[in-house]
Design a protein around this ligand. Structure first.
Ligand code: CP3
Length: 351
């Protein structure tokens, strides 16, 4: 078992740490040449996800290179809609696509929550194997998409657009959308509980598209995130990644989560004032800064973030997933900059 005093787990409980722990959203991925080689070996992305030995290899690759304070299981948020039978395809350069998108109330009524022990067995096997391989070195994070973010992909049938169809569906057929969100909340809770039972030591909900909802954010996204968290086996901390939802930090802090993952547009000092002292904050370097290949600029951006939140209760991360064009050397420099920045007892500096 990972020691309970691991730096990530302490920071998630807002306990004192000697420095901010650090990991990277999408830390296993296309910016690493060894990941690209592994995906070629697997043939395609979904086979990589569905073959536990290969998924575990992808999980461990970034940890062999970098001093990261967490592992995140290699998988995708779209495993649930795939297990519901929507026919997921992941074409290179195109993003995800569903053969059978949801377009009607009848389509929603026909869906069932997948039994994770059967339909998502490959993820649970990967979680169990990854825990064994990590052997207590760093905690393993399990994850799922938020009900709203999954619903967006299921209704649109593809990523990358403006998501007009799902917003229209939510506003014109709110009852059907709520039916879908309730089913997804049940599915996500069962899936995360199964990941916890198989060894996940932290779980994270990715609410990538909640920010689209504006004034309807609580109704269509946050309420269903709260329902998921309420049904979780609460032996492990829960992180909610809330992209473009900076306006709702107070209500997110009250949804039952232990930590909020904030995007690069949110000032950490400000966020801390707004959420109080009991919720950890994770983030929030803009991933684009790594693309500039300017070490001095990167280091000062890292310092500015760490100074804006002198801890306790901060986990360093990016504000969104690392971009495929990132040079891995810049990742090393970023993590070195975090590691040599001790937690200082000074007041937060405004962003
Ligand atoms: O963080 C990690 O290292 C774990 C793995 C992980 C992946 N996807 C692997 C992946 C995680 C945590 C995700 C989450 C995910 N997936 C989100 C939420 C986080 C976010 O970035 O907002 C979303 C919205 C998805 C859906 C998804 N999966 C999209 C839109 C795409 C295509 C676009 C893209 O970024 O490539 C994917 C594919 C995907 N998921 C890849 C990886 C490594 C790239 C596939 C490939 O290798 O070609």
């Amino acid at each position: 078992m990972t020691a309970n005093h691991h730096i990530l787990l302490r920071a998630l409980r807002c306990q004192p740490t000697e420095r901010a722990p650090a990991w990277i959203m999408r830390q296993a991925g296309r910016y690493l040449p060894e990941y690209r080689a592994l995906r070629r070996r697997a043939g395609d992305f979904l086979t990589l996800c569905k073959t536990p030995e290969l998924a575990v290899e992808a999980t461990l690759q970034p940890l062999r290179r970098f001093p990261l304070d967490a592992a995140i299981i290699f998988s995708d948020i779209l495993t649930i809609p795939d297990a519901m039978g929507l026919g997921l395809r992941m074409e290179e350069g195109e993003g995800p696509r569903f053969a059978k998108p949801l377009r009607s109330d009848a389509g929603i009524r026909a869906l069932r929550a997948p039994d994770p022990e059967r339909g998502l067995r490959y993820v649970l096997d990967a979680v169990q194997l990854a825990r064994r391989e990590l052997n207590g070195s760093v905690p393993l994070i399990g994850f799922a998409g938020s009900p709203w973010t999954l619903a967006v992909y299921m209704v649109e049938g593809a990523g990358g657009g403006e998501f007009a169809r799902s917003l229209k569906f939510a506003r014109e057929q709110p009852q059907s959308m709520r039916r879908l969100l309730r089913l997804l909340a049940e599915s996500v809770a069962e899936y995360l509980n199964a990941q916890i039972a198989h060894g996940a030591e932290v779980v994270m909900l990715f609410d990538t598209w909640g920010g689209l909802l504006g004034g309807d954010y609580e109704k269509f996204s946050l309420d269903h995130i709260a329902a998921v968290i309420n049904s979780l086996d609460r032996t492990v901390p829960v992180i909610v990644f809330a992209k473009d939802a900076g306006a709702h930090l107070e209500s997110i802090a009250a949804c039952g989560c232990d930590a909020i993952g904030v995007d690069a547009g949110t000032c950490l000092a400000d966020a801390r004032r707004r959420v109080g002292g009991r919720i950890a904050l994770q983030g929030n370097l803009a991933p684009e800064i790594l693309l500039r290949n300017n070490a001095a600029e990167l280091e000062s951006a890292v310092r500015a973030i760490l100074d804006s939140h002198p801890a306790p209760g901060h986990i360093f991360n990016l504000g969104h997933g690392i971009l495929p064009a990132t040079n891995p050397e810049m990742v090393q420099k970023m993590l070195d900059a975090v590691r040599c920045h001790p937690t200082l007892a000074h007041p937060p500096t405004p962003c």
